[in-house]
Design a protein around this ligand. Sequence first.
Ligand SMILES: Nc1ncnc2c1ncn2[C@@H]1O[C@H](COP(=O)(O)OP(=O)(O)OP(=O)(O)O)[C@@H](O)[C@H]1O
Ligand SMILES: [Mg+2]
Length: 324
Amino acid sequence: MRATWRKVALGCALTKKQQRWWFTVVPRAVASTGIVKVRRRIQRVAVDVKPWMWLPLPTRHGWRVTVRLLEGRIPADYSQAAERLAHAWGVHAVRVSSPRPGRIVLAVTIRDPLVRLDTLPASGELLKVIVGKLETGGPWTIDFRAVPHWLNAGATQSGKSNLANALIVGLAPQPVALVGFDLKGGVEFAPYAPRLSALATNRAESVALLGDLVALMLDRMGLCRAGGARNIWQLPAALRPVPVVVLVDELAELYLMADKSEKDEIAKTSTACCGSPNSGERSASTCSCAGSGSAPTLAPVLPRCGLSARGGSAIGSTTPKPRP
Ligand SMILES: Nc1ncnc2c1ncn2[C@@H]1O[C@H](COP(=O)(O)OP(=O)(O)OP(=O)(O)O)[C@@H](O)[C@H]1O
Ligand SMILES: [Mg+2]
């Protein structure tokens, strides 16, 4: 790979012209015999310089190599050339990351690691779930302690509920309380009802359950105040209540209004939904909400929601288009 790097970098337009002292052969006069006399000279000429490449390190699905960026180059140049590099090396994919300025890491996968998905390993840590595999073959982990609130938006049939199912399966063996809001009439979460601490399947039930959750949150904040702690993780283990994970499927349904009589109910839902993520973090109430990204009903709510992490689901989509 290093032997062909100059050729590959040149073909993928990753080289740069630089003036170098070069040993050249300059033609001079043509002799009567027809032989061209040449003169050897060292002179400054513009040559294509390749970026410096470290030794490739083998990984489970291919190899990884660090490259030093040439002056004026940015990691995006390599991201754009990633497909060209993959074809030049005859591998499945090349992914680009930049751990520090001036360096990029090319992660090369020889075969598609997502062709075969065996059972996922269980995560040993509280509120940490391995929900799938990344394109690099590494585990896709959702850590509710690092990022407590998630919004997963995506088109119909893009895998939103599948992710919610994976979260329930991963969290079920852990000492956490699971609360489900399944606004699709319960079809997604009903099979998990024995493990769930509470399940709401329509808006009336959701409003009541949200009220209970807000009361629980206030209760826990009182507990923290009394114990002189800033959040429940600072409380002694004996006093610490179990974390609550709230999973919402079809978030948009909470805000759909058939007539004006439902306005009050929606306002109550909205207040509870927006308030819970904002203060829930300290009382160990985390949540993951799934909703169809195209639903216009979500638009007025999202800017006020404290859902810090946002993801998108897309199955079988073509190359993603750059966002404006
Ligand atoms: N990661 C995945 N890889 C392959 N297929 C998947 C994946 N996730 C979901 N699917 C499949 O895609 C289909 C739709 O999944 P899912 O029901 O989770 O989508 P959704 O976004 O919740 O759809 P809806 O908006 O209708 O609720 C299902 O048949 C499911 O088996
Ligand atoms: Mg769904």
